[in-house]
Design a protein around this ligand. Structure first.
Ligand code: ATP
Length: 251
């Protein structure tokens, strides 16, 4: 389980981007975070693995407060947290399998990583994951030659090489066409259902959130303005997330 308590963040010289954000996300569930542009969705997601350092609060994951970990402990905790980006963050000049193998670096020594030393088992696992995301025919193709939807599936396979318990997905379908969107969302849904993973996903597409998420969290002006199981969320509730008159929190 992931439990966030009263998380706040003010960027240097900026306004407060998160104010007292508290939420719970569970294994086996897809949790969608929705809200208008600038609401704080990316800040929240990146605070969870401390890519953005927040100001105060608690982030309890895997039995520990991520905010209190030292460098080594944080590296270990991050290895259990996969991250999927809107712009894929792949190395375009490498092949699919090379990018996917990079995902195992989180679990290896720096030297083994630098030397790109991968075991036979790791190579087999990478091929298996590439197959699971439907890219078996593209394993040895350069990522620069793949479509956006294919690149995002490489990104997911790379994250899975980490053996994560949780996946943080920051607008993973924002640049994709409807067919690729469906493929990516179905893979994420399957990871929750079959691998019991915790999936947190920032989305702009409300219809996609309603179709695939178990749980919807609404952010507006850095505050949680909605938090409910998808099944009981009405269209009116969802609309209100966007028109919310949550006060602008000035840091
Ligand atoms: N590096 C930064 N320095 C200063 N302010 C920032 C920085 N990054 C984000 N912000 C501000 O923090 C607020 C929240 O931004 P954030 O990117 O988290 O929102 P978002 O909901 O993800 O938006 P979008 O949907 O447009 O991606 C915004 O007001 C933004 O301008």
């Amino acid at each position: 389980m992931l439990e966030i308590n009263k998380l706040s963040k003010t960027y240097d010289g900026g306004k407060r981007s998160l104010t007292d954000v508290s939420l719970i996300a569970k294994e086996g569930e897809v949790t969608a975070i929705i809200g208008p542009s600038g609401a704080g969705k990316t800040t929240l997601l990146r605070s969870i693995n401390q890519l953005i350092v927040d100001d105060s609060g608690e982030i309890l994951f895997d039995g520990q407060d991520i905010r209190k970990l030292n460098h080594r402990q944080l590296k270990k905790a991050r290895s259990k947290i996969g991250m999927i980006f809107q712009n894929y963050n792949l190395i375009e000049s490498l092949t699919t399998i090379e990018n996917v193998l990079h995902g195992s670096l989180a679990r290896k020594s720096t030297l083994a990583g630098v030397l790109s030393l991968y075991s036979k088992d790791e190579k087999q696992e990478a091929l298996q994951l590439i197959d699971e995301v439907g890219l078996a025919d593209f394993a040895f193709k350069y990522c620069s030659d793949l479509s956006g939807g294919q690149k995002q599936r490489v990104g997911i396979a790379r994250s899975l090489m980490q053996h994560p318990k949780m996946m943080l997905c920051d607008e993973p379908i924002a640049s994709l066409d409807p067919r690729s969107t469906t493929m990516v969302m179905e893979i994420l849904r399957r990871l929750a259902d079959e691998k019991h993973m915790m999936i947190l996903i920032n989305l702009h597409q409300v219809d996609i959130a309603k179709e695939y998420a178990d749980h919807i969290i609404g952010l507006n002006n850095g505050r949680i303005v909605f938090d409910s199981a998808t099944a009981t969320a009405t269209d009116r509730d969802i609309e209100n997330i966007y028109v919310s008159d949550a006060p602008v929190a000035v840091g």
